[in-house]
Each structure stands twice: as C-alpha cells, then as structure tokens.
Design a protein around this ligand. Structure first.
Ligand code: NAP
Length: 502
C-alpha cells in the first residue's frame, strides 16, 4: 500500500494535496507536527471531507525527525485532541514514548498502534529482533525507518525483511541507499510504503506517490515479482526505470526495475543475490568495475573495456555492452548505404567514445579520435587498432586543438560528441566551440539531457543533419530489455525518456 505523507502547514493545504494524489494512494499519514497551528485546526471537518480513506496520525518529536517541539504532556494533549476529533485508522507512537492515555484512547476508538523507531545514523545489527520487540499488543504494527549508508546497510534491511517474512511490519530504508526498499516495499513484505506528493522528490529516497504507483507499480508487486535494476552513483534521477518499467507494464510482465545507489560492485553482489535481481544496467562509475565479476563477457564489452548490462544466470553473471549497438541504431536511417568507408570523427576518449569508435570501426568506418587529453585519444586509438588489426579501416588520433581541427575537415562525414560538454549542468559548453560547420556534416551528440545541445543547435543553423543522444539511449535500452527479459521492446513507446541520466 502507498501512504501519502501530508506535511502541509494547514489541513486545507493537506486536503488539496490529497485530492491531487488520490488515485495513486491507499491512505495517508497526517504529520500533524508540520501544522502551523495544530491546536486550532478543525480535525473533525477534515475527516468529513475524506470519507473512507485510512489515515495515520503522527506527531513527531524533533529527535525523531519531526517538528513538534512541545513538552511531552502538551504532545499528549494534542494527540488526544486529534484522536477524539477524528477517526484515525492508525496512531504512530515512538517505541520509547510513554503515552498510556493516548494508546488507550486510540484503541478505544478502534485505531491500531504503529510502534515506530527511527535510526538516522545507520541500520542496527539486530534489526529483525528490534522490529519483533516493538509490538506490545496483538494488532500493533511495528515500524522501523533506518538509514543505510552503504550496500551493507541495505543488505541488513533485506535480511531483516526475509527473517520477518509473514510478520506484519513496516520496514523501510531512508536516503539514497534505502530507495530500493521503498520502491520494493510490497516485494519485501512491508505493510506499506510512504510517498511524497510532488513530481520532484523532496528528499533522497522519498519518492512521489505517482512515481511509486505508475513507474514502480508498488501496488501490483508481490513476492513473485521479478527484480531488475540499474547500479550507479548517483543514480536516483536516472530515466532508465521509466523506460524499462513502462515496457513491463505494456507487455504485462510481472517485474520491476529499480535504481540502486551503490558504494561498490563487490558490496552490491550479496544484495543482488538476496533480492534475486535477474538483470542489471550498469552506469558510471561501475562499468569497468563490474567486469571482473562477470563469468562471461561478450567481445564488444571486452574491446570497449566497459560493461553496461548484466544478466544473472545459473553460470554466474553475463556481461554485455549495448552502447555500441545503441549508437549504430539511429545511423541506419541516416546512412542507408551503410557506414563502410565513411570518415568519421569522435570527440572524447571516455567510455562513450570507446563504444562509438568500436561501433564505427566494426561497421567499416575510418575514425579520427579527438580529445582534450591527447594521451587518452592515443590510448583509445591504439587499443582499437590492436583489436581490429590491419584492415581496410584506420584510426587516427589528435588533441582537441588546431592540429585536430585541421584533420577534422577530412572526417566530417559524421562528427560525434562523446564528451560531457553540453550535458546538464554544462549546457552552455560546446565541444567544437570556434569551429565552423560547412553544412554537409552529420552531427551526432551522445548527450541526451538536454535534448537540443548547443552543438546540435549550431549544427541546425548551418543545415547539418543531426542525431540525438536520446535515440541512442532508447536503442541501447531496447537491447538491454531484450537481454534481461527475452522480450522485444520495439512495439513499446518509451514514455518518460526525455531528460535525466542513464
Ligand atoms: P567520461 O568517461 O567521463 O568521458 C568524458 C569525456 O569528456 C573525456 O573524453 C573528457 O576529456 C571529455 N571532457 C570533459 N570535460 C571536457 C572539457 N571541458 N573540454 C573538453 N573535453 C572534456 O564520460 P562518458 O561515460 O564517456 O560519457 C560522455 C557523454 O556521453 C556523457 O554526456 C554521457 O551522458 C553520454 N552517453 C550517452 C549515452 C546514450 O545512450 N546517449 C550512452 C553513454 C554515454 P579528457 O579525457 O580530457 O578528460
């Protein structure tokens, strides 16, 4: 179940928020500690306008992350005022709070007690035992909100969830490492998960009700739901979950794809195993780190030196690189005669450049690599020359300087930006600033956020053909989806593919 956290300054504001999110939630938590004037609010009137929606009453103290800086007897008075005026389905009382009158009145009115504890510093070793000990009476719901600060912390939450399977509880991780526990709440057996109202997440880990419902389909998950995901750091603003989850929904696949903010591949592997993650997308900075953990690597990944897709099977992890194929996909239409013999330039020498050079050379193009740090361009060119051996195609390199610009004229059939220039937050930067296009070039920007970079805007003014990074992003996701699920994505429109990161 998805419960919306109501943290507005007045009940009127909270009602507006509720009405906006109503279709995406099963209930709400009234954080009465956020109300500007809680003693003056019309709680009974609030309930009259909300028939049937289960509500949790919470009056959090500052030490538990709340705003109610009142002496405990005043807090008790406010609790009783709210409980008497409204039909709360649940009342949240912290594990160490001594409020017998509140508990008694809540039970009299048929509310269940949520007995909560919060750890903002980490995840206790004995989390499962702590949760078990919280319930004092039959019907109480224990709640633990803890702050994993590494994959190890996340693993502890998963261990506790497994140990407490079948036991009614709310068990959630906070922060970036805890995000997966919120998106996978039903799969992990948490009674409910909390959500914010906004499109934008107000804090790392707290995601909007619409996103939890529509993207992660929290209300449809069950123990059998297959888990896929993307590992990276940072990762919570990745657009990949929007692409993959939309495709599962469209093809009616019982699966969910979640972002995992991780500290290292090694420490993530136990999490992967315990959650039964079937496949991963891998992004910065782990595309190389994952390779030693793969028992099989396809040639493209070996030659490019990076793996962006992993499939977990009986024989271990299989590693792939879908960037090269994704890179080529939009060029099929632009170059109907093929790329053989084309003179193409790639600007950059990082992972994206390596996949572009590999893809172009595999297709028979001659490539010029230009990079700010010439030594990296040299290394890339030499690595590729060694991998492809002597043949019809060649690879040259130069710095991103006068020498490079002179060579560029002969390689302008296709010019690829594989640097981070132009990408948010470097929107006003152009990898070829000062270089005039003639108008007969095809320009390909691997950057996809923003869609129209300065590089492509300048190209448009000269009448050049353009290829958008977003086209590659979708094409590489198509192959990942196929590797993960064995199903084809070609008929699925990729909703939400604009902006963000892989
Ligand atoms: P990376 O490994 O960090 O490489 C960054 C490259 O940018 C390096 O060649 C670096 O040059 C160059 N660079 C950075 N700042 C520069 C500056 N001020 N002036 C000149 N050159 C500069 O990054 P990556 O993983 O290859 O990714 C590059 C871009 O491709 C990113 O925007 C990424 O989002 C995009 N990408 C898109 C897709 C897609 O599906 N569309 C897939 C993968 C990547 P030095 O070597 O001199 O530092």
């Amino acid at each position: 179940m998805i419960f919306l956290v109501l943290s507005g300054p007045s009940l009127e504001e909270n009602l507006k928020t509720l009405n906006q999110c109503r279709n995406h939630i099963d209930g709400a938590e009234l954080r009465a500690d956020f109300l500007d004037n809680p003693f003056a609010e019309d709680i009974a009137g609030f309930f009259r306008r909300l028939p049937g929606l289960p509500l949790i009453l919470t009056l959090r103290r500052p030490r538990d992350g709340g705003r109610l800086a009142l002496p405990e007897d005043e807090r008790e008075r406010l609790f009783l005022r709210c409980i008497n005026a409204g039909d709360f389905r649940y009342v949240d009382i912290e594990e160490d709070a001594h409020l017998p009158a509140v508990e008694a009145r809540a039970r009299e009115k048929g509310a269940q007690i949520i007995r909560s504890f919060h750890d903002f510093e980490g995840v206790p070793e004995d989390l499962a035992a702590r949760v078990r000990s919280l319930a004092r009476q039959e019907g109480d719901i224990p709640k633990a909100a803890v702050m994993p600060k590494s994959c190890r912390g996340l693993e502890r939450i998963i261990d506790a969830a497994r140990e407490l399977s079948g036991f009614k509880k709310i068990l959630l991780g906070m922060g970036e490492y805890g995000f997966a526990t919120r998106a996978l709440a039903a799969k992990l057996g948490s009674y409910l998960t909390f959500a914010s109202s906004g499109e934008e997440e107000p804090a790392p880990g707290l995601v909007s009700a619409k996103t939890l419902d529509e993207v992660y389909r929290c209300r449809k998950q069950g123990p059998e739901t297959r888990v896929f995901g993307i590992i990276g750091r940072p990762i919570l603003h990745s657009r990949s979950p929007h692409i993959h989850n939309a495709a599962y929904a469209r093809l009616r696949i019982d699966a969910v794809y979640v972002p995992f903010h991780i500290d290292s591949v090694q420490s993530f592997l136990p999490v992967m195993k315990k959650l039964g993650v079937r496949g991963l997308s891998v992004t910065s900075p782990f595309k190389e780190d994952i390779m030693p953990f793969c028992s099989h690597l396809e040639d493209a990944a070996k030659i490019i030196g990076a793996c962006n897709t992993v499939v977990s099977g009986d024989e271990g992890l299989w590693g792939y690189n879908t960037d090269a194929e994704g890179f080529l996909a939009p060029l099929v239409e632009r170059f109907p005669g093929g790329l053989s013999g084309l003179n193409a330039a790639v600007i950059g020498a990082g992972g994206a450049a390596r996949s572009a050079v590999y893809a172009l050379m595999s297709s028979g193009s001659n490539v010029l690599v230009l990079n700010r740090t010439k030594a990296r361009a040299e290394k890339l060119a030499k690595d590729m020359a060694l991998s492809f051996g002597e043949g019809q195609k060649s690879v040259l390199y130069a710095g991103l300087d006068r020498e490079g610009f002179l060579l560029l004229d002969d390689y302008r059939g296709l010019i690829v930006n594989a640097t981070t220039l132009g990408m948010h937050p470097h929107e006003d930067e152009d990898p070829l600033a000062g270089h005039d296009f003639r108008g007969d070039e095809t320009l390909y920007d691997m950057v996809y956020s923003p869609r129209e970079t300065l590089f492509l805007k300048r190209a448009a003014l000269k009448g050049c053909s353009r290829v958008y990074g977003e086209e590659m992003l979708l094409a590489q996701a198509h192959r990942q989806f196929f590797l993960h699920t064995g199903e084809s994505l070609h008929t699925v429109p990729a909703h939400g593919a604009h902006g963000g990161k892989t």
